[in-house]
Design a protein around this ligand. Structure first.
Ligand SMILES: *Cc1c(COP(=O)(O)O)cnc(C)c1O
Length: 464
């Protein structure tokens, strides 16, 4: 192999610039960016040649240089955050963006974010307002709390609460509640970051009220309860509920903080699921400060919602950290819209996508699965399409043991492998993410929206 010959066969920049395809992308996307890509791609070829042991594949890469440049330029201008059709059956899929909001909400959101808003402006008084004011009363009405505020996510909420209420002091937590949630977010690490000292009590499976009592020193600033939303300890267990802890807390003059995680506002037992402690129950039990996520079971945008006693919420609003953790107009607007649905529980269940998906009956999913299977069957000659029972999950670290009976459309391709089909699904726009099992693609219909059925059909129709 003569590497010098290969280097010389890479077209020079002025030759490339003469090509019609390159001229076309320059006129569409601009000279400078195309020049950047030309440089990057020719450099990449040189590097490939330098590192190559044989000529195999190099010649065709050189011959295809123009196409590669054109494709790279076009790709560069396509947004990388893309719509994904969720066929996994996991309702709160953190990797797929957790809770979807409705089109109606998105339309209203568009109005606000495409222009200016009263985000921090009090229109009645004609002066500066507070960004939390838009939903504070609403949150208080729904949850029974005295005051409320919102930060970027629940991890930030935990940090802000501890930093405000316990910095330089001790916080008592049960060992059974020292959890790690996704992304290496560990309660003990967050406490360290916040400047509060963790005092662990009890054992993994058992913590008694007397453990809390014995741990109190003059440095104790609060009791912290963490809802173990993403795992479950069963068998010989004992924990102390917030209402059991309340008399001791009052006696010692200490606040109770509770990180509820998923923050459900409606009793899920209604849908045949295990009862998850609701936000209202925590407030009723006398918890002083409660925090939870906006995009888990609440079904709204990513946010960390903090509610509780006015005196503590006011302290948090004044904490410098709040400025660093503050939510923007997208979050404020979407959150208010979702919370408005909760003024009427039935409305919430019928409107909020996450609650709709959780509460949809097996029969209804099956009917929709039948419809989707017909649409796909109509368009695909080279696949076997059936519907099969499966199990959906709530996900997002919520209700880890819960499985909801559901139905999948199962696609067995005959002309290509399941792996190739999956690759095509991931590269399509919108992309489709589903499960593969038994040499087939399984699309759990519980997490699919009717409005996507035709798109799904066309996509498979174009391949199978
Ligand atoms: C999910 C969860 C968090 C983190 O919430 P994010 O909104 O994802 O930051 C914190 N604590 C508990 C108990 C959780 O379940």
């Amino acid at each position: 192999m003569d590497k010098n010959v290969l280097y010389r066969s890479i077209p020079k920049v002025d030759i490339l610039l003469e090509k019609d395809e390159i001229k076309a992308v320059i006129s569409e996307y601009g000279h400078e960016i195309v020049m950047d890509i030309i440089r990057e791609e020719t450099d990449r070829l040189r590097l490939l040649i330098a590192e190559a042991d044989s000529e195999t594949g190099l010649k065709s890469k050189i011959d295809n240089l123009t196409d590669t440049i054109v494709n790279e330029v076009k790709n560069l201008f396509k947004p990388k955050v893309r719509k994904v059709i969720n066929g996994t059956g996991t309702i709160l899929h953190t990797n797929l963006g957790r809770a979807p909001i409705t089109r109606t909400q998105a339309e209203l959101l568009k109005d606000i974010v495409c222009g200016y808003s009263n985000l921090e402006y009090n229109l009645e008084l004609g002066k500066r307002g507070e960004r939390y004011s838009h939903f504070e009363k609403l949150l208080c009405r729904i949850t029974g709390a005295e005051a409320a505020m919102v930060v970027n996510n629940n991890a930030a909420a935990v940090m802000l609460i501890l930093s405000t209420m316990a910095k330089g002091g001790e916080v008592v937590v049960s060992r059974g509640e020292l959890i790690e949630i996704g992304g290496k977010f560990r309660i003990p690490d967050v406490m360290e970051q916040s400047g509060a000292k963790l005092v662990e009590i009890g054992t993994t499976n058992k913590t008694h009220l007397s453990d809390y009592e014995e741990a109190v020193t003059e440095d104790t600033k609060a009791f912290l309860k963490v809802h173990t939303s993403n795992y479950s300890i069963v068998g010989f267990t004992q924990s102390v509920t917030a209402s059991e802890l309340k008399p001791l807390a009052e006696d010692k003059g200490l606040p109770i903080i509770e990180d509820l995680g998923s923050g459900v506002l409606i009793d899920l037992a209604k849908f045949g699921l295990t009862h998850e402690p609701t936000v209202q129950e925590a407030i009723e039990a006398g918890v002083d400060v409660v925090c939870f996520s906006g995009d888990k079971l609440l079904g709204g945008p990513q946010a960390g919602i903090i509610i509780g006693k006015k005196k503590y919420i006011n302290m948090m609003k004044k904490n410098q950290l709040t400025r660093a953790l503050r939510v923007d107009k997208f979050t404020v607007t979407a959150l208010e819209l979702v919370l408005l649905s909760y003024l009427n529980e039935e409305k919430a269940i019928s409107e909020i996508p996450v609650l709709k998906m959780i509460s949809e009956t097996y029969d209804s999913v099956k009917e929709r699965a039948g419809r989707l299977a017909d649409i796909i069957r109509d368009k695909c000659k080279h696949a076997e399409i059936t519907i099969e029972d499966c199990e959906s999950q709530v996900g997002g670290g919520s209700l880890p043991l819960e499985r909801i009976k559901s139905v999948s459309v199962v696609i067995k391709p005959k002309n290509i492998s399941v792996t190739s089909l999956e690759e095509i699904m991931h590269h399509s726009r919108p992309a489709i993410v589903a499960r593969t099992a038994e040499d087939a693609i399984w699309m759990d219909v519980r997490t699919l929206l009717d409005e996507d059925f035709e798109t799904i059909g066309s996509l498979f129709g174009g391949v199978l």
